[in-house]
Write a protein that binds this ligand. Structure first.
Ligand code: PSU
Ligand code: MN
Length: 345
């Protein structure tokens, strides 16, 4: 049987990529919860290399307008390397894949944007603020993966992954990024995870979840560590290595062709000249963790609090390193997307 909708509603349904609810069918009132930009839709349809970018690093990581500068820089890095960027976030209650320049500015300059992981998506899109408008939100790795996958995007580049927190055997604080990687077939390129987390437990958890984890070898033959964000070393051996972007693309191609529904993580060690030795970061991290505990920053507030403390303690050094590594990850991610497109042609 066929639905008989007004043309406009039909067009919007296609954009939103979801069937109408019975209520919407009956009333013809259509609520739009998500929207993929024309450019991204077209690029996905033409199988061009699209790279997803998250927005929590802007809403919860950097002040305005530094965050906007980084956001535009990352998008242009995707473009000059032959890809199409898709910055993802929640703007006025709509989950957007491919935010335009004005929309990006509105999101990253807004105060009170939420941090949106899988559990928060329904709230962020379903509730209204006291001003009666929809909410704004920066999507985390998990939130971004879900929306990227819905839009048909397979590559996503960012700074760092959430993980299993130290003391998780007491608090059970395990980032939703890890379970998302277990259930959503998107490849995330990042600089591993920060060592305020428990890296061995994080890798164990990813294995349990069936997540493919490899580190870019960069010419090293053996003893490659899983990187710890600011540090190329972590004292923990990476479960696997890939030589270059082409090899990463072949792994993704095989993984997806086998019908695996889990995700992949390719760790890209921070560029050498920005790397801060693991041992050196430990003192700073220990202090940040103590202060987080004193302040009672737990749950979703924990990661942003610890990150802000580390930023205070290390000053511009860690911020510069942070920007350098996310740029390197975006370039790498785009090259993987380009290599994947070649395999599929
Ligand atoms: N790690 C970083 N930088 C970040 C984050 C993690 O080095 O900005 C952000 C990402 O958006 C990540 C989220 O998905 O924090 C994880 O938060 P939690 O630990 O609450 O799951
Ligand atoms: Mn958590």
């Amino acid at each position: 049987f066929t639905f008989d909708f007004p043309e406009e509603v039909e067009a919007r349904t296609r954009l939103d990529n979801r069937p109408l609810t019975p209520h919407e069918e009956k009333t013809n009132a259509y609520i739009r919860f998500s929207q993929v930009s024309e450019e991204v839709q077209q690029a996905v349809a033409e199988r061009r290399p699209v790279v997803a970018l998250e927005s929590t690093i802007y809403t919860h990581g950097l002040p305005y307008p530094d965050n906007l500068a980084l956001a535009s820089r990352l998008e242009s890095l995707v473009r000059v390397n032959g890809g199409v960027p898709a910055t993802i976030g929640i703007l006025e209650g709509v989950a957007r894949v491919g935010l335009g320049a004005d929309e990006l500015t509105r999101l990253v300059s807004s105060s009170g944007a939420r941090k949106v992981s899988r559990r928060d998506l329904g709230f962020a899109c379903g509730m209204t603020g006291i001003d009666g408008k929809g909410l704004n939100g920066g999507t985390t790795v998990s939130g971004t993966m879900i929306l990227a996958h819905k839009a048909g995007i397979r590559i996503f580049a960012t700074g760092g992954l959430g993980g299993v927190h130290r003391g998780a055997e007491q608090t059970m604080d395990v980032s939703a990024d890890l379970t998302e990687l277990g259930r959503t077939p998107v490849a995330v390129i990042s600089s591993g995870c920060k060592s305020f987390l428990d890296i061995p437990k994080t890798l164990e958890y990813l294995e349990t979840q069936g997540v493919a984890v490899a580190t870019f070898a960069d010419g090293r033959e053996s003893n490659v560590d899983f990187p710890a964000f600011w540090s190329r070393d972590s004292g923990v051996r990476s479960p696997a290595v890939v030589r270059d972007e082409a090899e990463a693309a072949r792994v993704i191609y095989a993984h997806v062709s086998l019908g695996l529904q889990s995700g992949l993580h390719f760790a890209n060690p921070i560029p050498e000249r920005y790397s801060i030795p693991h041992i050196q970061m430990e003192t700073t991290i220990a202090q940040a963790l103590r202060e987080a505990e004193t302040a009672g920053a737990i749950g979703a507030a924990s990661t942003p609090y610890i990150l802000a403390k580390i930023k205070d303690l290390t000053g511009s050094k860690s911020v510069e390193a942070n920007k350098a590594l996310v740029e390197a990850n975006v370039i790498r991610g785009t090259k993987v997307a380009v290599a994947l497109q070649k395999l599929e042609m």
